[in-house]
Design a protein. Sequence first.
Length: 151
Amino acid sequence: MSNNKTILVLTDFTKKAQRAAELALELALANKANLFLYHSVIELESDISNGEKMSSADELKRIRERSEKRLIELSDHLRSTLTADQKANIGVTYKQGSGGITKTILTLVEENKIWIVVMGAQVEKDLANYNLSTNVSSVLNNCGCPLLLVP
């Protein structure tokens, strides 16, 4: 896989993110580009059902394990739709990380020579009432390459 183009797919594992990943795969096929799936783990302390707080290290470990499992499932799903020839020409890799999304995106775009960023987005009734979440707005204003929002 010596493709010069890489598509960064931001995922939070929602249905919108799934559609964005599938569209990014079509874009990769049409442009002989690789896919790079990324999920950012949010490090928040949370309550468990019995009201006790789980240690942040234990909770973070559990969240990271679940994220890793879902990234593997998503990459396997995308690969399963490819023919043998397509698999030989298009790479599907993934990474999880943490931290502020804007800084992370800028770093990923620069380090991986990202051609385009693809992510799912919330759309209200029509484009005139388009509701940009904080993450979408931040990425849109700072990613340094084209951004494709998939409703």
